[in-house]
Design a protein around this ligand. Structure first.
Ligand code: DGJ
Length: 742
C-alpha cells in the first residue's frame, strides 16, 4: 500500500519504503505539512510533528480562544495569503468584487490506481497501474464555490513523488487566478544549500550553489521559454551533503514556459519551497464550471548525495517521461550540416557530405536551417515551409531519396513557432505574429514569433509539417526556437484574458508536438532553442532528445554536460563532434578529445567530412564503431560523476550497466600541469567490488574494489623529461576506457 490514511485524525502518509511524505488536515480545514524525507514506519498518529507555538506580539491568529493557531508558524501544504500567514502563497485568486481572500477547506480524498493524464500537458506516466498510486485531496472554498484538487502520485520503485494542482469554478461568476503553483512545501529548517543550473546561450546549465539566507531566493523565466538562463530545477542539500553522501531534495518542473522556483526563508528560519507557472503577467479567467490544471512538479529525495538524486531523476525520466518508440531504441549517429555549410549549400554539396558520412558509418543526415523559402541567411522565410528551389531545384523529396541511397536516414530542421517579416506567410498573415497594439515589435535574430495561442495557426503549421514529413519520408525532426518573446499580446484574447497568453502559447506548442508525434510515431524529434534554451522535462515528453548547446567546444561541453546530468539522462543530450578551431570559442582540441566528451550523450557530427584528412576519417570510423558498441550502455546505465569541472582542472565520469558487468569511463584534463603527480589514480564508482574487470579488453584483470578504492592508473603523462615514455601531455587531454567483467 503506497498511501496510508489515518481516517480519525485525517492524516495522509505516502510511502514506498524509500520515502515518506506526510500531511494532515488542520483545525481550520487547511492542510498542514508534517514530514518529507527518508521512509518512516507508519503509525496511528503523527500530529506531534506539527508544533503550535505561543503567539508573539507580531503574529495574528485565526481563533480568539486559540492564539497559538497562527498560519504564520504552521507548516502547510498549499498556503494562502491573508489568513495570518505572511509568506508568499501557493495560490492567489481575484474575485469579481476585487477581494483576494481564499479559504480552502478539506472536503474529501480519492485514491486512484496508477496516475491520471493531465490533459494537454506533458506529464509523467505509468505503463501499469501497479507502478504508482495517486492521492487526490479535494478542498473547497464554500463561500466562493471554488474547488481545489491537489494531486500526489507516489511511485513504487523510486523515491519520487509528483504533485500538481487543479482549480474548478463551481460558481456562476468568473474567478481570476493570479497565481497557482504546482506545489508548495514547508521545510522545518532552512539549513540547506540551494543547487541550481544557470547560464546563457552557449554556456547553459552550469552548476550554481548558495547557502539559503533570510528572504526569498528564486530562479525563474519570464521569456516565454524555460530559458538558457535558468533551468526549471532546484535542489536543497544539507550543508554536509556531497556528490555521494548526505540528503538532498530535488524539484523539477515539467514545463517549457515561464516558471518560478523559489525558496522563502522566514523569520523563524523555516524554508518554503514552491514551484509553478511564473505569476508575473499570469492571470487566468476561470468561467463557470471551468477548470485550470497546473503542470506537474517532480520531487526526488535522495539519501546518498547529489549523484543519487541524479540517478533517480534519470531512471524516472527514462521510464516515466520519455515515451514512444524511441524510449528504448538506439538513437542514430547523425551528421548535421549546420556548421559544415551554414546557409551555403546545394543538392550536390549535401549529397556528397552524406556520401562521405555514410562511409564513416554515420546513420542519419540532418539538413539544418536554410532549405526553405528564400532562406540564404537568417533574415527571411521562416514560415515558408516549402523547399528553396534555388538551392534544391529537384525538390526536397529528391534530396531525401538521394541521401537515403547513400544508406543514411533523412532528417530536417524546422522552426515552427517563428515567422520572418520577410516571408510569404507574413505578407499573407501579418496579424499572425505576436504584437501589442500601438507598439512597435522588437526583433530577435531578425524574426518574430507566431501566436501559437491561436488554434488555426497551430493547425496551419501542422499541415505544412505533416505534408513534408509524408513527402520526404522524414525519420527525424530538429525543432528549433531561436528567440524569446516581447510585446506579448494576442488579438484572439479578450482584454481580461491577456494574462493567459504565455500558458496558452505553450499549450499550442504541446498540441502541435502531440499531433505530430501521434501521427508520425516513428519520427525522432530533437528539441532545440538556440542550443539549450528549452532543455526541460516538458520537451522530453514529446522529443526524447534535445540539442544541449550551440557550444560544441569539448572543454565547454564538460561543464554543460556535467551540469545537465544533474537532472537529465545522458541520452537526452545531443552532443556532437565539430570542426576546429571551434566555432564558438576558437579553441583547438584533438579529434579524440572532442569525441571523448561527445560520447556521453546522443552522439553525432557537426562538421564537413569532405574537409577531413584520411587519418581523421580513420579515427572517426573508430569513434563511430565505439559509440555503436556502447550506446545502449550509455542509454540505460547508471551515471556517476567522479570529478567536477566546476572544482578542478580534471573532469571524470563513468556509466555503469545496471548489472555492473560493464562500464565506460571518461576522464579529461583541461590544462597541462608541469611535473605532475604520477601516483594519483582515478577512483571509480558503481562497480561490483568482488568482480574482476578487464580494461579495454587487455589481459590484466582488476577487481572492482581495486578500481574503486585504489583506482585506475591513467596513461603516463609528460613531465618535462620522460619524452619516450609519455603517453599523454599538453592541454585538453582525455582518456575513455571500457571495463568488462571477466
Ligand atoms: C540554432 C541551433 O541551435 C543551431 O544548431 C542551428 O540549428 C541554428 N539555430 C540554425 O539556425
Amino acid at each position: 500500500m503506497l498511501v496510508n490514511i489515518n481516517e480519525d485524525n485525517h492524516q495522509f502518509h505516502l510511502t514506498n519504503g524509500k520515502i515518506s511524505y506526510i500531511f494532515h488536515v488542520l483545525k481550520n480545514g487547511h492542510l498542514g505539512h508534517l514530514y518529507y524525507g527518508k521512509a518512516l514506519v507508519h503509525r496511528d498518529d503523527f500530529s506531534h510533528f506539527q508544533c503550535y507555538d505561543n503567539p508573539t506580539p507580531s503574529s495574528c491568529h485565526l481563533y480568539e480562544e486559540d492564539p497559538a493557531f497562527s498560519l504564520e508558524t504552521i507548516r502547510q501544504e498549499y498556503p494562502v495569503y491573508g489568513r495570518t500567514d505572511f509568506r508568499e502563497p501557493a495560490i492567489s485568486l481575484r474575485y469579481l468584487d476585487g477581494s483576494h481572500i481564499s479559504d480552502f477547506h478539506y472536503k474529501t480524498y480519492r485514491i486512484l490506481k496508477g496516475k491520471p493524464k493531465l490533459e494537454g500537458l506533458p506529464t509523467t506516466y505509468v505503463e501499469h497501474d501497479e507502478e504508482a498510486t495517486t492521492l487526490q485531496i479535494i478542498l473547497e472554498d464554500p463561500t466562493r464555490q471554488v474547488m481545489l484538487t491537489l494531486n500526489y502520485t507516489i511511485f513504487k520503485e523510486l523515491p519520487v513523488i509528483t504533485r500538481s494542482s487543479q482549480l474548478t469554478n463551481m460558481s456562476d461568476t468568473a474567478v481570476y487566478i493570479e497565481r497557482m503553483m504546482a506545489a508548495s512545501l514547508d521545510f522545518a529548517s532552512s539549513e540547506f544549500d540551494m543547487v541550481h543550473l544557470a547560464g546563457a546561450w552557449s554556456r547553459e546549465r552550469h552548476v550554481k550553489e548558495r547557502r539559503l539566507e533570510a528572504g526569498i531566493q528564486s530562479i525563474s523565466s519570464i521569456r516565454g521559454a524555460s530559458s538558457h538562463q535558468h533551468n526549471p530545477f532546484l535542489a536543497l542539500r544539507r550543508p554536509m551533503t556531497t556528490e555521494h553522501h548526505g540528503e538532498v531534495y530535488g524539484f523539477n518542473f515539467i514545463y517549457s514556459s515561464n516558471f518560478l522556483a523559489q525558496v522563502e526563508v522566514d523569520h523563524y528560519e523555516t524554508a518554503r519551497v514552491m514551484v509553478g507557472i511564473h505569476p508575473f503577467r499570469f492571470e487566468w479567467k476561470l468561467g463557470e464550471n471551468e477548470s485550470f490544471q497546473s503542470p506537474e512538479v517532480v520531487m526526488v529525495y535522495a539519501e546518498h548525495g547529489l549523484n543519487a538524486m541524479s540517478q533517480h531523476f534519470h531512471d524516472f525520466y527514462r521510464n516515466h517521461l520519455i515515451r514512444g518508440v524511441w524510449k528504448k531504441k538506439d538513437r542514430p549517429i547523425l551528421i548535421n550540416n549546420w556548421e559544415a555549410t551554414y546557409f551555403d549549400f546545394n543538392e550536390q554539396k549535401l549529397v556528397s557530405i552524406a556520401k562521405e558520412a555514410s562511409q564513416l558509418g554515420v546513420e542519419l543526415f540532418v539538413l539544418d536551417d536554410g532549405w526553405f523559402g528564400k532562406r540564404n541567411d537568417d533574415r527571411t522565410s521562416l514560415g515558408d515551409w516549402w523547399e528553396n528551389k534555388e538551392k534544391l531545384p529537384n525538390g526536397l523529396g529528391y534530396v531525401a531519396d538521394e541521401i537515403r541511397k547513400q544508406g543514411l536516414a533523412f532528417g530536417l530542421w524546422f522552426e515552427p513557432e517563428m515567422i520572418s517579416p520577410k516571408s510569404e506567410l507574413f505578407e499573407e498573415h501579418p496579424d499572425w505574429a505576436i504584437s501589442t497594439p500601438k507598439r512597435a515589435s522588437s526583433l530577435g535574430r531578425n524574426q518574430r514569433v507566431l501566436d501559437f495561442s491561436r488554434e488555426e495557426i497551430v493547425s496551419y503549421i501542422y499541415e505544412k509539417m505533416a505534408e513534408l514529413i509524408n513527402r520526404t519520408k522524414l525519420s527525424y525532426i530538429k525543432w528549433d526556437m531561436n528567440r524569446y518573446m516581447t510585446e506579448v499580446y494576442s488579438t484572439a484574447l479578450a482584454a481580461d484574458q491577456q494574462g493567459e497568453f504565455f500558458h496558452r502559447y505553450i499549450l499550442g506548442v504541446y498540441q502541435l508536438y502531440e499531433r505530430l508525434t501521434e501521427a508520425f510515431p516513428h519520427v525522432l524529434f530533437e528539441s532545440c532553442a538556440g542550443g539549450g534554451g528549452r532543455f526541460d522535462p516538458g520537451m522530453f515528453y514529446y522529443a526524447p532528445q534535445a540539442w544541449a548547446s550551440d557550444n560544441t567546444d569539448a572543454v565547454e561541453r564538460l561543464k554543460i554536460q556535467y551540469g545537465t546530468s544533474l537532472v537529465y539522462p545522458l541520452y537526452s543530450m545531443g552532443s556532437h563532434v565539430s570542426a576546429v578551431p571551434n566555432h564558438q570559442t576558437l579553441r583547438t582540441t584533438s579529434l579524440e578529445t572532442r569525441a571523448n566528451v561527445a560520447y556521453f550523450g546522443t552522439f553525432g557530427y557537426e562538421l564537413n567530412p569532405l574537409d577531413l584528412t584520411a587519418e581523421e576519417k580513420d579515427i572517426i570510423k573508430q569513434q563511430v564503431e565505439l559509440y555503436k558498441e556502447y550506446r545502449s550502455l550509455i542509454r540505460d546505465g547508471d551515471f556517476y560523476r567522479l570529478l567536477s569541472p566546476f572544482e578542478k582542472n580534471e573532469t571524470a565520469w563513468i556509466v555503469v550497466s545496471k548489472d555492473k558487468r560493464e562500464a565506460l569511463v571518461g576522464w579529461y584534463k583541461v590544462l597541462a600541469t608541469p611535473n605532475p603527480n604520477k601516483q594519483a589514480n582515478l577512483l571509480l564508482k558503481g562497480l561490483n567490488a568482488e568482480a574482476e574487470y578487464t580494461i579495454n579488453g587487455n589481459d590484466a584483470s582488476h577487481f572492482g574494489d581495486e578500481l574503486m578504492y585504489q583506482g585506475v592508473a591513467l596513461p603516463i603523462e609528460f613531465n618535462g623529461v620522460n619524452k619516450e615514455k609519455a603517453e599523454r601531455g599538453g592541454d585538453f587531454q582525455s582518456y575513455v576506457f571500457h571495463l568488462r567483467q571477466r
